[in-house]
Design a binder for this molecule. Structure first.
Ligand SMILES: N[C@@H](CCC(=O)N[C@@H](CS)C(=O)NCC(=O)O)C(=O)O
Length: 90
């Protein structure tokens, strides 16, 4: 992904298997995501809850679009939609 495409932001925690799975999928696509650790970064968990209404990690954003968690990321990938979203102009 380059500067012309939307940035990817992942709220995550280090001990979370779903987070690792989501991260591997994004890495396999060459996506350089930013990560916010909800356990280590003050305010990150509250921020995630406020933005998504959800308490589980990961929560994934492509630009301002809330993708959801790991399962939703994989569903989007299987339908081919994820690649399209990642290619949208920023
Ligand atoms: N179906 C969700 C599962 C996510 C999930 O269960 N995450 C765990 C950590 S691996 C979690 O946040 N647990 C805390 C909680 O349930 O409050 C996804 O695909 O993202």
């Amino acid at each position: 992904m380059n500067e012309a495409h939307p940035g990817v932001l992942v709220y995550h925690s280090n001990w979370c298997g779903y987070c690792a799975r989501a991260r591997r999928l994004l890495e396999s696509k060459g996506v350089e995501a930013r990560f916010r650790d909800v356990d280590m970064e003050p305010g990150a968990r509250d921020e995630m809850l406020e933005l998504t209404g959800r308490r589980t990690v990961p929560q994934i954003f492509v630009g301002s679009r809330h993708i959801g968690g790991c399962d939703e990321l994989f569903e989007l990938d299987q339908s081919g939609e994820l690649d399209r979203i990642l290619q949208e102009p920023a």
